[in-house]
Design a protein around this ligand. Sequence first.
Ligand code: AMP
Length: 292
Amino acid sequence: MDILRTVVELRHWSRGLREWSRALGLQAVTEGGNLLGLVPTMGALHAGHASLIRLARKSCGYVAVSIFVNPTQFGPTEDFARYPRAFDEDCALAHAEGATVVFAPAVEEMYPPGASTLVDVAGLSRRLDGASRPGHFQGVATVVAKLLIASEADCAFFGQKDAAQVAVIRRLAADLRLATRIVVCPIVRDHSGLALSSRNVYLDLAERIQARVLRQTLISVESLVAQGERRAQTLLAAAHQTFATVPEVRIDYIELVHPDTLLPVESAVPGTLLALAAYVGKTRLIDNTILP
Ligand code: AMP
């Protein structure tokens, strides 16, 4: 598995792959199949990332995994400096799951001196996590746009775990008329129901147990919906009640929204997104469910 460090290398590799496949008449190109899948990550890879790489490998002939801790999506008081980094282990995992290359640029490669172009998905970027983390989704949209343009991937794979990010990136790809198809993959959880996250390493044992309340809150709302309750006000009240059973965990937001606009709904319908964020100790965690 090769490790690419520059945008030129990535573009050259991707174009070479396409020319080579075309010359050999490979099905992936001739029948409109997917040649290249891209899995953007910030590294510290876990089973959630592994599932994205596996899904990419299933539907694409070749897979590039990007590993880049993107400084512009962190606020000034956030954890950019201490964000977990484990490059060698990440490469081993990516390779084991079938990645063809890892793209691991330096910060100056993605943001060359004087870089001032920002991608802002207006409106959506200020909803949910964007409301509590100003500038976060502008950083995400900017780096993802750069990665999609540089890789010329047929498909890019993202986790439902970051539901607001999915909405922002879908909008970005549609608005910029990008050729890359955005594929969304299910949330991977540990045995206790906690959604896997690179930030879970920050949690001590007591916090890991407290953090289960995120998933329990989602389940409490899902079961009310299964009983026929649809009113957002009632469902959110139940969510807050479940959350309150673990007072150590501080809610950032719990919202019932449309999955594409991220705007609040008054009544839950199939496909409504229930999303939440909370602080467990100093660690901010997110989780969500799409209601049935
Ligand atoms: P990150 O490295 O945290 O930026 O995540 C890279 C990609 O992996 C994003 O598309 C995330 O949504 C996805 N991801 C992270 N955690 C999980 C998980 N537990 N299950 C599925 N996908 C995930």
